[in-house]
Design a protein around this ligand. Structure first.
Ligand code: S3P
Length: 170
């Protein structure tokens, strides 16, 4: 762990865990800037995430995601909502930990995640129930490396944001 901790909260978790909605509410409560990594990527490319995957593939997406993370890390204080795969890239996990950001995993059971993502067409990595479950299983060991874990299963985003405010981060 780095000696200097920064006033940055990174929200980590699978698609549908509530990173964007909780992040916006948390930043509002703190009066801190909010950065949604997927939104900054889309703005930078002038394309939505699905189009980026379709046009250039996942490896390219991971490259620009890495660059977007490096850029986002320059803002302090900040609440930063990561994409579902960001923290599951070892280099990103190391970068966030080394730069002193606080990490909070928004944990949610697979069934609930699947329910929330069903019918949404903007997530290229959401194909079918089986691959969804497999991807989640692959990602869990990374999410478990976050410093804090908050359950979002039966909670509204505002309650989750309030729970994060009660952590001994601030
Ligand atoms: C991804 C999750 C998405 C987005 C991209 C890849 C993933 O973010 O970054 O589609 O690898 O799980 P959300 O978690 O905000 O859906």
């Amino acid at each position: 762990m780095p000696v200097v901790r920064r006033r940055q909260i990174y929200l980590v978790g699978f698609m549908g865990s509530g990173k964007s909605s909780v992040g916006a509410l948390l930043a509002g409560r703190l009066h801190w800037p909010f950065i949604d990594l997927d939104t900054t990527i889309e703005a930078g490319q002038g394309l939505n995430i699905r189009q980026i995957f379709e046009n250039a593939g996942e490896p390219f997406f991971r490259e620009i995601e890495r660059a977007a993370l490096a850029e986002a890390s320059k803002t302090e204080p900040a609440v930063i909502a990561l994409g579902g795969g960001t923290f599951a890239q070892r280099a990103n996990l190391d970068f966030i930990q080394e730069t002193g950001g606080r990490t909070v995993w928004l944990d949610c059971p697979a069934d609930e995640l699947r329910r929330r993502c069903a019918g949404i067409t903007t997530r290229p990595l959401f194909r079918d129930a089986e691959s969804f479950a497999q991807l989640l299983a692959e990602r869990l060991p990374y999410y478990q490396r976050a410093e804090y874990r908050v359950s979002t299963a039966v909670r509204e985003p505002l309650e989750v944001a309030e729970q994060i405010l009660e952590l001994e981060i601030f």
